[in-house]
Design a protein around this ligand. Structure first.
Ligand code: ATP
Ligand code: MG
Length: 569
């Protein structure tokens, strides 16, 4: 590749809209450009990095016995009605009508399409197990597309689906994928961790997410310091709290003028937030509910969604709270209101707590569940905290941020039952296929790799994901000797299969160095004054800045050696 003939529109300025490093750097290095919210063009360098991820994924999937196919992006919504996900999936599913007024959607995932294929094409136990995958553009109308490739509306995913005769066989398929994922992310040069995950709207019994640890991650992971337990905090169950056995004291209404926030109420009453109970109102498509959690806790919305069996819950705004309860924000409490009350298990163990008084400028003290109000349901509804014990061993938990790059699910027979996907057993009986589904965020991996590997000068690609392995700077375009050596090195490396970008632009050295760093190419070779003076060229490692001086004839062999050891470990 010649820099002078490749579209790599680097930017000096940091784009204002980019909040995280990967987004900022992908824009600055000319890897991607935004078309519209959450929708990007991959420029040559960006696409090259994406292709690297795809290739690793493809090789490992094939090695694991999966077969590649390609399904349509446009799907008839009739299939989604069969599985009930037409309603359940929510507004992330982009629906539209064609000229015949038939409704379709853009595929956010392909369980319906693959199950339709399986019910038509798989007949007998002899056809199983089978694992089919594709690498394809997905569309999800994300409510908050952000962080560039991290959370797009259009993005590239690898999705695989396994079909088995029974649970035991399906577990085997799941384990094969789990291992394949470990190989894939290791080969990508990522630091990652598999954690227990919530199964979400896709349904199913068990699932793991593969997470890249990074401060900018949107997921919070709970990792036990004593045992193997690691889970997404959406899933992490909180151990039950000890029941407070105190005597119930008489309920009182007290004046709390202008004190609406937990902190203000606590200061005013000289109590700790853990002695207060917040009443939070949420809305689903069908109902409004109030959730009670301790003053120092947060509601975990995924737990709430699962309890309610809905795809979406939204926190009610001030007006919606007032419309549903007649109480102004900051003063809502559970005593005497008609909204359905869902109570966090920790609150259910408390006695004599403080709540809103359901009247402006009032709170209630010595409130007790069972005496002063009834819970419609008691459940684990809060976000786990670092003070909670490990739910498995009681050990100390650490909370870390992570980016989800892959997800494996055991689906069971949910889809095969709703879509009637059966095979014939040995004895000629019809039986539902047992399924698994396995996703990898191909384009998100590029972003995650950059989050994990960058410095103030730019990206630092791990060798296996780098769009090219070497950037070769010709710093003497007008010097025949320098140009001859640069060009012959370029040719020689290409012949040996090295991926090289030659910077043959008529630009100052400082400019070329800056761009080379920004692009994050693992190896930089500089042909310049040291050649004419000392007969050497410089080889610099982007990651640690270590520089080697080499005679031109030794460069290609050294580069090959470095690449080999970086790719084969
Ligand atoms: P998230 O919780 O981040 O929305 P998800 O659970 O919806 O992810 P899956 O349905 O499991 O994701 O999709 C498989 C993989 O696709 C994810 O592990 C992630 O790497 C990637 N992915 C999902 N949504 C996006 C998106 N909006 N942009 C880029 N990649 C995505
Ligand atoms: Mg999602």
């Amino acid at each position: 590749m010649r820099y002078s003939k490749t579209l790599i529109p680097t930017l000096k300025e940091t784009p204002a809209e980019a909040e995280v490093a990967s987004h900022r750097l992908l824009l600055r290095a000319g890897f991607i450009r935004k078309l519209t919210a959450g929708i990007y063009t991959y420029l040559p360098m960006g696409l090259a990095a994406v292709r690297k991820v795809e290739q690793i994924v493809r090789e490992e999937m094939n090695k694991a016995g999966a077969q590649e196919l390609l399904m349509p992006m446009v799907q008839p919504t009739d299939l989604w009605r069969e599985t009930g996900r037409y309603e359940k999936y929510g507004p992330e599913l982009l629906r539209f009508h064609d000229r015949h007024n038939r409704e379709s959607c853009l595929g956010p995932t392909h369980e319906e399409v693959i199950t339709d294929l399986a019910r038509r094409e798989i007949r007998s136990y002899r056809d199983l197990p089978i694992n089919l995958y594709q690498i394809q553009t997905k569309f999800r109308d994300e409510i908050r597309p952000r962080f560039g490739l991290m959370r797009g509306r259009e993005f590239i995913m690898k999705d695989a689906y396994s079909f088995d005769v029974d649970d035991i066989a399906a577990t085997k398929s799941y384990e094969i994928m789990y291992e394949a994922y470990k190989s894939i992310f290791t080969r990508c040069g990522l630091e990652f961790r598999a954690v227990e995950a919530d199964s979400g709207s896709i349904g199913g019994s068990s699932s793991h997410e593969f997470m890249v640890l990074a401060d900018t991650g949107e997921d919070t992971l709970v990792i036990c310091s004593a045992c193997d337990y690691a889970a997404n905090s959406e899933k992490a169950s909180v151990a039950a709290a000890a029941i407070d056995e105190s005597e119930m004291l008489p309920l009182e209404k007290v004046e709390t003028p202008g004190k609406r926030k937990v902190s203000a109420v606590c200061e005013f009453m000289a109590i700790k937030p853990s002695e207060l109970v917040k009443t939070m109102v949420f809305k689903t498509d069908d109902e409004t509910v109030a959730v009670l959690v301790r003053g120092d806790r947060e509601v975990q919305e995924v737990k709430l969604k699962n309890l309610l069996g809905v795809a979406d819950v939204d926190m009610a705004d001030d007006k919606e709270v007032f419309d549903a309860t007649g109480v102004p924000t900051g003063y809502l409490g559970p005593v005497g209101i008609t909204v359905k009350l869902l109570v966090d298990q920790e609150v259910a163990a408390m006695k004599n707590f403080v709540v809103g008084g359901n009247e402006k400028n009032f709170h209630m003290i010595n409130v007790n569940i069972g005496r002063d109000f009834e819970a419609a349901e008691v459940a684990d509804l809060r976000q786990i905290s670092p003070e909670d014990p490990c739910p498995i061993c009681g050990g100390k938990l650490n909370l870390k941020e992570g980016i989800e790059i892959g997800h494996v699910f055991k689906l069971g027979t949910g889809y095969s039952k709703s879509m009637n996907a059966v095979y014939q057993t040995k004895d000629g009986k019809d039986q539902h296929m047992v399924m698994g589904t396995y996703g990898i965020g191909i384009s998100r991996i590029v972003a995650a790799a950059i989050e994990q590997n960058h410095d103030e000068n730019g990206m630092i690609f791990p060798m296996p994901l780098a769009p090219v392995q070497v950037v070769l700077l010709n710093l003497g375009l007008k010097d025949q000797q320098i140009t001859d050596v640069a060009e012959s090195l370029y040719k020689e490396m290409q012949e040996k299969g090295v991926e090289v970008l030659i910077d043959d632009r008529d630009e100052r050295p400082g400019f070329k160095f800056k761009d080379a760093d920004l692009l994050g190419i693992p190896l930089r070779i500089t042909v310049g004054k040291s050649l004419t003076k000392n007969g050497v060229v410089e080889l610099r490692h982007r990651k640690d800045g270590i520089t080697e001086e080499l005679a031109p004839e030794n460069v290609t062999a050294r580069v090959l050696e470095i690449i080999q050891s970086a790719i084969n470990g």
